[in-house]
Design a protein around this ligand. Structure first.
Ligand SMILES: Nc1ncnc2c1ncn2[C@@H]1O[C@H](COP(=O)(O)OP(=O)(O)O)[C@@H](O)[C@H]1O
Ligand SMILES: [Mg+2]
Length: 533
């Protein structure tokens, strides 16, 4: 909670107000008792002194206890005034009656005149007691120093709680309530910036009609103002508080740089004290501090967002690299399998076939036409199989890293892929600019996978296009087909799309795949171009 510690000025004012009431009561009661003593000869002086002093002495601690509360000190003063007025009026009546009846106690020479003067004084006091009591409070308020400042700890705690992530709405409500209490306001409203406009986030107490917004087009009006009153509001923002006239108000915008971050409006009933210069200064200070707190909060939030993004990216990178390692292992296993089942099997077969040709040559001492023809046929078959091995090895090598990419770059490599594809592929790569090998490899393998997907998942004959372009320090790729498409939310997620993402993310890029049933598939991605090869 924002501390509710009493402002010393407010407390003093209320205490003085209560003490003045005590003195008035004591004086009234004392005069009345004096009159009674004159008329009746009693009570004793000690009883009189006690009757006057005890309430006054008791009222001091009460004043200390409730100090600062206008709700208590104000009515207490009024009640005191009524008590005194009534007591004096009754006494005046009694004394007047005694005087009229001529039954004065004989306490000595001249007492009759003194009694007459006292009675007249008491009657006058009775008449004046209430109206003068009504003025006691304002007079005391003027005499006591006004609560010009909010206690510093209020705003300090507001800042520190804000820094510790307390809910802004809750903080603003506490601030509004504390302002209202400390400055004895009838209402406090706080607007905060939201989507370019200022919306009223807190109103204490809740008004019957909610305050209006400051629209984006009107916000510039507030930049020129430090503190303004109802006249300004009436002229420039009449819709804000429905141009309230029955109250005294001040508004102060919370401005930081050129941004209006909040607006504070404080109200006092028309018959209450007017706002003094010191209070206006203090309100301005509150608005400035509020602006600082809100700006800091905004910066903290942005910093928090950036940190969260960084953490997320870091986590994605960690996951990507672990997947890349797994993918690399899987790729090695696939190469080993291809070598074993493909080229290696071919070569083993070749060795066996060469052995058979050799045996034939050894057995035939002299070649007849038939043997020669058989040997030639075997040799032709061997030649064919050697070609197959060469093809198999070339395909394998191409899958690992195509030489054309290393030698001629992306344009030539993608054209070579398009030429091998079963579907018609349009390649739109404007020039043969070379990029860093990592960039070229990542973009190439993404395009190859996307083209393979189009060939694999779309029916033959769909048109496919691959397009590369560099802009804004990035190399962009787009592979599009007009095939059947798929629903990304429900489709089985294969390794292909994930590998593509991982490859680009590892370089600081990103990849998206847009598709819908019947609407074809578009794969878009980019990598940042840090340096060219
Ligand atoms: N161009 C495409 N046309 C239609 N479906 C596609 C296309 N690309 C991807 N898909 C769908 O997305 C799924 C995941 O693709 P991918 O991750 O490459 O795995 P894989 O190709 O091994 O199945 C595919 O199984 C397929 O259903
Ligand atoms: Mg695939």
């Amino acid at each position: 909670m924002i501390p509710t510690g009493q402002s010393s000025a407010v407390a003093l004012r209320a205490q003085v107000s209560l003490a003045a009431s005590a003195v008035v009561v004591a004086a009234g009661t004392g005069s009345a008792l004096l009159l009674v003593r004159w008329v009746t000869g009693g009570p004793s002086l000690l009883v009189m002194v006690l009757t006057v002093v005890v309430p006054a002495v008791l009222l001091w601690p009460i004043a200390g206890f409730v100090g600062g509360s206008r709700q208590v000190s104000g009515p207490a003063t009024a009640v005191a005034a009524w008590v005194v007025a009534t007591a004096l009026a009754v006494m005046a009546g009694v004394a007047g009656t005694v005087l009229l009846l001529g039954r004065l106690p004989d306490h000595g020479e001249g007492e009759g005149e003194l009694m007459g003067a006292a009675t007249a004084g008491i009657a006058l006091a009775a008449v004046l007691a209430v109206p003068s009591a009504r003025r006691v409070s304002p007079a005391l308020r003027r005499w006591a120093p006004p609560p010009a400042r909010l206690p510093d700890d209020l705003l300090a705690v507001f800042s520190s709680r804000s820094a510790h992530g307390a809910e802004l709405a809750e903080l603003l409500r506490e601030l509004a309530e504390a302002l209202r209490r400390h400055w004895q306001l009838s209402a406090v409203h706080l607007w905060t910036a939201e989507e370019g406009a200022l919306r009223c986030s807190v109103s204490v107490p809740r008004p019957a009609e909610p305050p209006g917004d400051v629209e984006a087009k009107d916000i510039h009006l507030l930049r020129r103002v430090s503190v303004a009153g109802s006249g300004w509001l009436h002229n420039w923002l009449p819709g804000l508080l429905r141009a309230r006239t029955a109250c005294e108000l001040r508004l102060a915008p919370a401005v930081h740089g050129r941004d209006v971050l909040a607006l504070v409006v404080v109200e006092r009933d028309d018959d209450a004290d007017r706002f003094g210069e010191a209070e206006e200064r203090a309100l301005m200070e509150v608005a400035q501090r509020l602006a600082m707190v809100l700006r800091n909060r905004e910066l903290d939030e942005r910093l928090g967002d950036t940190l969260r993004d960084l953490r997320r990216m870091n986590q994605q990178l960690e996951e990507s690299s672990s997947r890349l390692v797994t993918a690399a292992d899987a790729a090695r296993a696939a190469i080993e399998r291809d070598l074993h089942d493909g080229a290696q099997a071919h070569i083993t077969g070749l060795v066996a076939a060469i052995g058979r040709v050799r045996n034939s040559l050894c057995r035939a001492a002299r070649f007849g036409d038939r043997e020669r023809a058989a040997c030639l046929a075997d040799l032709d078959a061997l030649t064919e199989r050697v070609k197959e091995v060469a093809d198999a090895l070339r395909d394998l090598a191409h899958g690992i890293y195509p030489a054309v990419l290393t030698d001629f770059g992306l344009r030539a490599a993608l054209k070579a892929v398009a030429a091998r594809s079963t579907a018609p592929v349009t390649v739109d790569v404007p020039d043969s600019t070379r990029y860093a090998p990592g960039v070229e490899a990542a973009v190439y393998f993404c395009c190859v996978e996307a083209l393979q997907n189009a060939a694999k998942h779309a029916p033959p004959g769909v048109s496919v296009s691959v397009c590369l372009w560099a802009s804004g320090g990035r190399l962009h790729l787009m592979v599009r087909d007009d095939g059947p498409g798929f629903d990304p939310a429900s489709v089985h997620r294969g390794r292909g799309l994930l590998n593509m993402k991982d490859r680009l993310r590892a370089l600081g890029g990103e990849l998206t795949c847009k598709s819908a049933p019947g609407a074809g598939t578009t794969v878009c991605g980019f990598v940042p171009l840090c340096k060219e090869a």
